[in-house]
Design a protein around this ligand. Structure first.
Ligand code: ADP
Ligand code: MG
Length: 672
């Protein structure tokens, strides 16, 4: 019901509410307070030192006032609380002096200061409360008392509009109050106990609905098959695996089996393959892509940068050097006749596997028979780009790879209905990267250390500081660093410089020289962050490391975690910002990306973990994915049970099912 139909609200009030996004009676009832001020009176026998609380008693005489400074007055008086004489101190309330006299009722909010006979009050009132809890609604232009009054009237007249989405047996199972009570207790609170019950129920409802949507999507994807079942040649795939220069780790094998299971199933694959940088995701993807080619399908890998596209192209060309598989590279710097040839070959099926940047999603790109799309560093693409790549084939299988570990508790909310495979154990005998966080007085030592590594035949990265101001400054900065480093090692070894402003061919040429050890040291801006693979590089020094986030630093450190040599990472920073110091110390101490991801989340809050592009984070009115992890877990289990048991499809659950289903429909439309 629209607010304008409510006769006791003036048109002006209605406008004010509408400005705040509250258009209907339902909106008003479902608009919850942002916090509560609790003035519930604590009995003297229950008080604690140092805790903010409200007490009430009888004044034992007049107050005394001392003016300490022109803007600071101290008022002292005594009250009797349950037979205990308490001294009360309150600042800057001298104007209330006349209100305090023997026998007067006073209500005080504040803290006992170190002892139980001295109370420092921050608020004082003289009325006996009818409502001890003040909900704070934060609606611009209407004060909280007025909002409360309006809500009370609306609730008593229109609470019949509130409909219960949770069936009785769920309410019983989790000891939850009904929706009408919950809406009342949260908007018109009488005790914190009631309010807590309301919050518990409403949070559970939010998270359960969310989990149901996600799980229902997954269920529909698996049980309403729309994808193609690809009947790949198992023997050929096994031969290919046996031809690799190493044996797959058990994690790699397990992940590969998950993926091949999806490939041969009739449902559409939507799987995340996660594993730290260097954990060996690429080869798993290569085997999966090879598998679909054995059944006559084409595959595509989409990566976020040209450097990475080229790197993968090289890796794949090596993998398939002795086979009939044709691999191609398509990026925005491939143009003209070369591009046309690739486009033609994709369309007529001559190319089996194409590797590219977002160029792959252009309208002019057609495949003969696309069977599998792999997106690497998945989180760097916008949602739209991912969707349109998948759109190239009708609901074809989609494998997403990411080196940014996602904390388990949050995986589902970030990834929606993805299945997840994880490579936990690094291949080979990789050692932990020795990480040191140092200030710039140690720069010389670090450069000497790198010199020592170069002498042993190893190579190193030096990452120039990232600068916020502009690309031009950033470049200038990288050039400065390069000049200084070059001078330092003059005559000793060769130093290269790579940055984002270079043309692709130039970048490729520099990477090639670094990979072939013509450059022993590479000065780089953060362009090398993703995917670059030079096994002989064992040291990375990151200048102004405080400028990078945890995930980025860990990714960069991963560059040198690729060989069996002991690797080193130096984080240089003179920052005095507490959070930055904490971050760098954390990286220094912790090597496990999953732990870092959890910590990162706690330090920064979820929305930031993947940067602005993808904070696919769901927001809720009350629930917070970090704070309410436990409730999320329960909701997750319950949602799964409801689907597995089939209860979700019973009449009682029709309302919940409808909510889950609506979302599925809209998501389907986006993908198609
Ligand atoms: P990711 O894509 O996960 O960052 P890569 O696939 O690039 O990792 O693998 C990193 C390095 O590890 C590569 O040089 C690769 O050849 C090597 N590698 C992958 N799997 C294994 C394995 N099972 N045993 C030994 N080395 C491996
Ligand atoms: Mg990779």
């Amino acid at each position: 019901m629209d607010l304008s139909e409510i006769t006791f609200l003036t048109a002006k009030k209605v406008q004010t509410f509408k400005k705040a996004g509250i258009n209907t009676v339902e909106d008003m009832l479902y608009h919850y307070p942002s916090r509560f001020e609790d003035y519930t009176i604590t009995n003297y026998c229950d008080v604690e030192i140092g805790k903010t609380l409200t007490i009430a008693g009888i004044a034992q005489g007049k107050a005394t006032i001392a003016n300490v400074k022109s803007n600071l007055s101290v008022m002292n008086f005594y009250v009797d609380i349950d037979g205990n004489k308490i001294r009360v101190t309150i600042f800057n309330r001298h104007f209330l002096k006349s209100q305090i006299f023997y026998g007067k009722y006073v209500r005080l909010t504040g803290k006992f200061d170190g002892r139980l006979d001295h109370f420092i009050a921050s608020e004082i009132a003289f009325d006996e409360l009818s409502n001890a809890i003040n909900p704070i609604f934060n609606i611009k232009g209407v004060d909280d008392k007025k909002v409360l009054e309006i809500k009370e009237r609306l609730y008593y007249d229109y609470s019949y509009l509130l409909e219960e989405d949770l069936p009785d047996d769920l309410l019983k199972k989790y000891d939850l109050i009904g929706i009408k009570k919950a809406v009342r207790y949260i908007n018109i609170p009488e005790s914190m106990e009631e309010t807590s019950k309301a919050i518990k129920r409403l949070k559970f409802e939010e998270l359960l609905k969310f989990e149901l949507k996600v799980k229902y999507m997954l269920y529909m994807r698996k049980n309403a098959p729309e994808g193609v079942s690809i009947d790949y040649d198992k023997d050929k795939v096994n031969n290919f695996i046996n031809s690799l220069p190493y044996k797959l780790t058990s994690d790699q094998e397990k992940c590969l089996n998950d993926i091949l299971g999806d490939v041969s199933s009739t449902y559409k694959m939507n799987r995340l393959l996660q594993g730290e940088v260097g954990s060996g995701k690429t080869v798993v993807a290569a085997i999966a892509l090879y598998a679909i080619t054995t059944a006559g399908y084409q595959g595509a890998i989409m990566v976020p940068t040209e450097v990475l596209a080229f790197q993968h192209y090289k890796t794949f060309s090596d993998f398939f050097a002795n086979s009939e598989i044709k691999v191609a590279l398509l990026t925005s710097s491939i143009t003209g006749a070369a591009k046309k040839e690739i486009l033609d070959d994709l369309e007529n099926g001559n190319i089996n596997i194409v590797i590219g940047t977002h160029s792959l999603i252009q309208k002019e790109v057609f495949f003969k028979k696309l069977g599998l799309v792999v997106t690497d560093e998945e989180h760097r693409f916008g949602v739209r780009q991912r969707v349109s790549m998948v759109g190239k084939g009708y609901l074809i299988d989609h494998l997403k790879m990411s080196a940014t570990p996602i904390p388990r508790t949050l995986a589902i909310s970030i990834l929606g209905d993805s299945d997840i495979s994880t490579i936990k154990v690094m291949p080979g005998n990789r050692k932990e990267v020795i990480t040191k966080y140092l200030d710039y007085t140690h720069l010389q030592e670090v450069l000497n250390f790198i010199g020592g590594e170069v002498k042993k035949g190893r190579q190193a990265y030096i990452i120039a500081p990232m600068i916020d101001e502009s690309d031009v400054m950033e470049l200038q900065n990288a050039i400065d660093v390069y000049n200084r480093v070059e001078k330092f090692y003059d005559g000793f070894c060769n130093v290269g410089l790579i940055h984002g402003k270079l043309k692709t061919e130039e970048k490729d040429e520099i990477m090639r020289k670094f990979a072939s050890n013509e450059y022993q040291i590479l000065v780089a801006t953060s362009v090398i962050e993703v995917g670059v693979n030079v096994i002989n590089a064992t040291t990375i020094a990151i200048l102004d490391a405080d400028r990078f986030g945890i995930a980025q630093l860990h990714q960069m450190r991963g560059r040198v975690r690729r060989s069996d040599y002991q690797a080193y990472c130096f984080l240089l920073s003179d920052s005095t910002v507490e959070t930055a110091i904490k971050r760098l110390k954390l990286i220094e101490e912790v090597g496990d990306g999953f732990i870092l991801a959890e910590e990162d989340l706690i330090m920064r809050g979820g929305g930031e973990i993947f940067g602005e592009k993808q904070s696919g984070f769901q927001t809720f009115k009350l629930a917070d994915l970090l704070v309410d992890k436990d409730v999320l877990e329960v909701a997750n289990k319950e949602a799964q049970e409801l689907i597995d048991s089939g209860n979700l499809f019973s009449k009682e659950y029709a309302r919940l099912l409808k909510l889950a289903d609506d979302n599925y429909q809209s998501k389907k439309e986006i993908i198609e």
